[in-house]
Ligand binder design. Structure first.
Ligand code: NAG
Ligand code: NAG
Ligand code: NAG
Ligand code: NAG
Ligand code: NAG
Length: 528
């Protein structure tokens, strides 16, 4: 109780400062702007990006919606998982999250006030089809997403919709082991069909899956995401085979994508005129040394991590390196399947946060988990000669390496012949997970610097010809970060967990001004 009233006072204090800063700014716009421009000349500007470029922010259903059992939604795999083991640091889960299911209008208001041109969100499968393809469509779920889409469009914000962002009805797991079973492909295509049918008149940018590469590895190799399957030495799970299951799961996901794209192209595209893509977790791999072996291991890392998803959807088969190293363990595509898969995406969604060094394991001793075919006999490490690749963040294996975004974009541009790209996620979380002082959390100068520097390098890749069409900050607001619970914070907005109040951080103010084509110093006057 005491804590709560103290924090309320702090919020009020910061709100007032924020309003004061805005008034100051508005009252002295041109003068202030001119002075800042001279000082901050090197900073990236919105005019460094093409016209029509989509600047936005992203969230996902389980991480923000809450309302986990309202209006006939069924339990998802994440609901079940977090209720049984307790997910976050303190056993936190997404039951309430950011209460976005009830506060979405306010959140769209926030997006509008920032001047966002696009918003990326995902559909909760368990809300739309609580029992998968064997049950009825839930009208309340359709109504919820219709309201979001309509209100976004009313505000001139383009909806980018992800159909599958890690969560699906638990019933599909219980009935047939979800993604380990090819039946999941048909279930997914049915979900996508419902989405196109009900939302496709207004949604023009679809992505089928969010980060299937991270999902398969976390859920089926490391066993840390539901259904928590794995085998030694990767982890200690009740069941699973880390050397094989991730390949089967990816095979089903890739085929589900192919069949969905076919459906969209045949049944909807002509009338609705949208496009369809997929979102891949894209670490930038950098050779640890310039030895031939480490350079080859780095190419293999790209093939095993990124090519595993994109090669089939663009060229119709897994990368050569995977065939070489996995042999008969790699599932096969039939001629007909290859035909469906080839050219089944209109754009590539890139989630990029970090770069990492890559080290060969074919000719040196690595950890038991790296030294395996499923990993391409390579290891990733953060240090070279005792120096970290970049500053640490709140997520293990994520370091601040701004140039990495230029490098990954150029690599993807080259390998996939400059297919249109969107940066569907990029963001910063502070390593200080136990920071509770709201004034310190709001003064997120490092997040501002992170986005400025990554955007500078992104602009450079675009000047060099990369067809990148949008950039989404992860995330609009602090939310439920899976296994990290609520302690890892990526948001432009701070969310008070007791009151659900959204408070703009310095980064939100910076983003707003950036989008207004104003350069802005990191230390806003009133914060300094
Ligand atoms: C506005 O700008 C003028 C001239 O640069 C300056 O003298 C004045 O203090 C500024 N006012 C505020 C409110 O910042
Ligand atoms: C943005 O501001 C710069 C000066 O900082 C100017 O050259 C450019 O034309 C502006 N662009 C737009 C789109 O307003
Ligand atoms: C894939 O096809 C090859 C060649 O036809 C065959 O040797 C291999 O066993 C097949 N693999 C699987 C997993 O079916
Ligand atoms: C493999 O490792 C050994 C010992 O570390 C080294 O002498 C040899 O040159 C390496 N082979 C290649 C092809 O780099
Ligand atoms: C915000 O942080 C910056 C450096 O990170 C510091 O210089 C400044 O004093 C801080 N402002 C407040 C109000 O804490």
């Amino acid at each position: 109780m005491k804590l709560q009233s103290k924090s309320t006072t702090i919020f009020l204090f910061w709100y007032l400062i924020y309003i004061y800063a805005s008034v100051l700014e508005a009252s002295n716009d041109s003068d202030g702007g001119f002075e800042l421009e001279k000082k901050e000349e090197h900073h990236v500007k919105i005019s460094d990006f093409p016209t029509g470029f989509f600047f936005g922010a992203a969230t996902s259903a389980y991480q923000v919606e809450g309302a986990y059992l309202e209006d006939a939604k069924s339990l998802s795999n994440w609901d079940t998982f977090c209720h049984s083991i307790g997910c976050g640091e303190n056993g936190e889960n997404g039951d309430i999250a950011d209460f976005h299911y009830h506060l979405f209008l306010k959140d769209i208001e926030i997006m509008h006030s920032l001047g966002l041109k696009a918003y990326r969100f995902s559909i909760s499968w368990a809300r739309i089809l609580p029992r998968g393809k064997c049950g009825e469509v839930n009208p309340a779920g359709i109504m919820f997403y219709n309201k979001i889409i309509d209100n976004l469009i009313l505000k001139g914000i383009e909806p980018f919709v992800t159909i599958h962002h890690f969560d699906f009805p638990q019933e599909l797991e219980d009935k047939y082991e979800s993604w380990l079973n090819h039946e999941m492909q048909e279930d997914f295509v049915h979900l996508a069909d419902i989405c196109f049918k009900y939302f496709g008149d207004r949604v023009k940018y679809w992505t089928t899956f969010n980060e299937p590469n991270l999902f398969t590895d976390f859920a089926y190799m490391w066993g840390v995401y539901p259904p928590a399957r794995c085998s030694k030495p990767f982890g200690n799970c009740r069941t699973g085979n880390s050397d094989v299951d991730p390949l089967i799961v990816m095979h089903n996901i890739v085929l589900a994508h192919g069949k969905t794209a076919k459906l969209y192209y045949q049944k909807y595209k002509l009338e609705q005129g949208g496009s369809i893509g997929i979102v891949v977790n894209c670490l930038m791999f950098v050779p640890l040394t310039n030895s031939k072996l480490d350079v080859e291991a780095t190419q293999r890392a790209f093939a095993f991590y990124i090519g595993r998803v994109l090669d089939p959807l663009i060229y119709g088969d897994y990368p050569q390196e995977m065939h070489e190293y996995l042999g008969n363990q790699l599932p096969n595509f039939s001629i007909h399947e290859k035909y469906i898969l080839k050219n089944s995406i209109d754009f590539i969604g890139i989630n990029h946060y970090s770069s990492i060094y890559t080290k060969d394991c074919t000719n040196s001793t690595c950890s038991p988990t790296a030294n395996r075919a499923i990993q391409g006999f390579l290891d990733i490490v953060a240090m070279r000669d005792g120096i970290l690749i970049g500053e640490s963040t709140g997520i293990e294996d994520f370091y601040v390496v701004p140039k990495g975004i230029e490098e990954i974009v150029n690599e993807i541009k080259f390998r996939y012949k400059n297919k249109p790209m969107f940066i569907t996620e990029n963001g910063y979380s502070s390593p200080d997970l136990h920071e509770k002082r709201v004034n310190v959390i709001l003064n997120d100068t490092k997040r501002v610097k992170f986005h400025q520097e990554y955007l500078e390098f992104l602009a450079k890749s675009i000047r060099d010809g990369a067809d990148v069409r949008g950039y989404f900050v992860w995330s609009l607001m602090d939310n439920y970060e899976w296994l990290s619970g609520y302690s890892v914070k990526f948001g432009l907005y701070y969310v008070d967990r007791e009151t659900q109040t959204r408070i703009p951080k310095l980064s939100a103010i910076w983003y707003k001004n950036f989008l207004l084509n104003k350069t802005y110093p990191i230390n806003v006057r009133a914060y300094a």
